[in-house]
Design a protein around this ligand. Structure first.
Ligand SMILES: NC(=O)c1ccc[n+]([C@@H]2O[C@H](COP(=O)([O-])OP(=O)(O)OC[C@H]3O[C@@H](n4cnc5c(N)ncnc54)[C@H](OP(=O)(O)O)[C@@H]3O)[C@@H](O)[C@H]2O)c1
Length: 256
């Protein structure tokens, strides 16, 4: 795993308080070739999982506050990371939003669409990863192999949308996909070693999928550990020729 990355490489997981992001941090810390892991969360101090990992790995894990809906929080996080490391080799934007405790839930029909829900979804799922890329660009564009991965979702595929509904989440992930493609084109001019991709994790057992799990066929709901293993296998196999692609957990391309 991670053979293309330099020995002792530096990784950052954005959205690491729980779910897939927390499992990414745990897996990276198990990997001897990873030198340092930055784990960002809105409130790192409120994530028991992250706190336990930070206690177990005080030298290698650095937690950093970052709220993707707050530009200055993103810029402050980039400055804090830049003060500790000159380079990042993996930045994974994992944070995402499908529903919450308020009235944000996937729309079944057009009449369910609300402007403030569209805005919240786009802020977290689309604008956030782009603003993170802007803030961390300097740390990612260097002469060593690096990957900027944005967590998308198959339901963000326009070509694959045969069911409709879920306007805010589908639309925001589709916008994120366009941003990832734009980043791949632009950043290749600054660093040929940087690979920018959109990834789909597969339906995974987290708070995000919890209300919809009864529809998942037997054996098709992944544990966070399985998903992370799959995604890191995909990330490990990426080369510059893969930049600008949209890939699923099994490495297969997804139509835009
Ligand atoms: N689970 C699935 O089946 C599935 C399928 C397709 C795609 N995905 C994508 O995979 C990613 C991870 O999802 P998950 O299943 O692990 O979800 P999850 O368990 O609900 O975790 C969501 C994460 O996003 C963070 N987050 C939300 N708003 C944020 C903000 N404003 N700033 C910073 N962090 C914020 C949460 O932090 P807090 O603890 O602070 O809320 C949490 O760490 C998401 O992008 C999701 O869209 C998941």
């Amino acid at each position: 795993m991670f053979e293309r990355f330099p020995e002792g490489f530096h990784a950052l997981i954005q959205g690491a308080s729980r779910g897939i992001g927390l499992a990414c941090v745990r897996r990276l810390l198990d990997e001897p070739s990873v030198g340092r892991v930055f784990a960002t969360a809105r409130r790192p101090d409120r994530s028991e999982g992250l706190q336990a990992l930070a206690e177990a790995h005080p030298e290698r894990l650095i937690t950093v506050p970052l709220d993707v809906t707050d530009e200055s929080s993103i810029d402050d996080a980039a400055a804090a990371v830049g003060a500790r490391s000159e380079r990042l080799h993996l930045l994974f934007n994992v944070a995402g939003l499908l529903h919450d405790d308020s009235d944000l839930k996937p729309e079944k029909r057009l009449a369910d669409v609300r402007l403030d829900n569209l805005e919240r979804s786009f802020r977290v799922n689309a604008f956030g990863p782009l603003l993170v890329a802007r803030a961390f660009e300097r740390l990612l564009t260097h002469r060593e192999h690096a990957v900027l991965a944005n967590m998308s979702a198959r339901v963000g595929s326009i070509g694959d949308n045969g069911l409709g509904g879920w306007y805010a989440y589908r639309g925001a992930k589709a916008a994120q996909n366009m941003f990832t493609r734009g980043l791949a084109v632009e950043l290749a001019r600054r660093s040929r070693q940087l690979v920018c991709v959109a990834l789909h994790p597969g339906t995974t057992d987290t708070g995000l999928s919890a209300p919809f799990q009864s529809r998942v066929p037997e054996g098709k709901l992944f544990s966070t550990e399985y998903t992370v293993e799959q995604l890191f296998q995909v990330i490990s196999g990426l080369g510059p020729e893969d930049s600008g692609s949209f890939l699923a957990w099994d490495g297969k391309p997804i139509p835009w």
